[in-house]
Design a protein around this ligand. Structure first.
Ligand code: HEC
Length: 123
């Protein structure tokens, strides 16, 4: 009887532990999610908020992980021009945000790509 109880408990715990490893990958589940305005991309309105939400915690000027700073226009535009920004957010280079299980959203990547392609302007 004790063994049966222990086995049942073990199976229950395993089920809970394993189901906790299931991640919803937004990018795979909803590839066509509406992005809002992706035509009028500006640094201040579109790009800076993405950096604040995803990157500045490790790449603020005071911390500058890996020597990369994303919390102001001058530093971020240099990272963009070098190709490292797109490499990082598209996971072709060093995948960022570091430690994340997925890239930032397709919408945010689209905005960053358009901004870089436009020459990473300070607007
Ligand atoms: C949890 C902390 C953390 C977050 C969040 C984070 N980074 Fe990083 N990043 C690092 C560290 C640490 C490095 C240094 C290289 C390494 O350890 O992989 C780095 C390196 C980089 C590099 C240099 C890559 C290279 O090839 O040398 C770029 C570019 C970069 N990050 C961009 C970003 C962007 C853009 C975001 C937001 C989408 C972001 N990071 C979010 C910690 C972070």
């Amino acid at each position: 009887m004790k063994t049966l109880l222990r086995q049942t408990a073990t199976i229950l715990l395993l089920t809970i532990a394993l189901s906790g490893c299931y991640y919803d990958k937004e990018n795979e589940l909803y590839p066509n999610v509406a992005c809002g305005d992706t035509t009028n991309i500006t640094y201040s309105r579109s790009i800076a908020p993405i950096m604040t939400a995803n990157c500045n915690v490790c790449h603020g000027a005071a911390i500058a992980s890996g020597g990369v700073i994303t919390d102001n226009y001058n530093d971020l535009s240099a990272v963009a021009q070098s190709g490292m920004l797109w490499g990082a957010v598209s996971w072709q280079g060093n995948p960022m945000p570091k430690g994340a299980t997925d890239t930032i959203s397709i919408c945010d990547r689209t905005k960053i790509k358009k901004w870089i392609d436009a020459g990473a302007p300070n607007n």
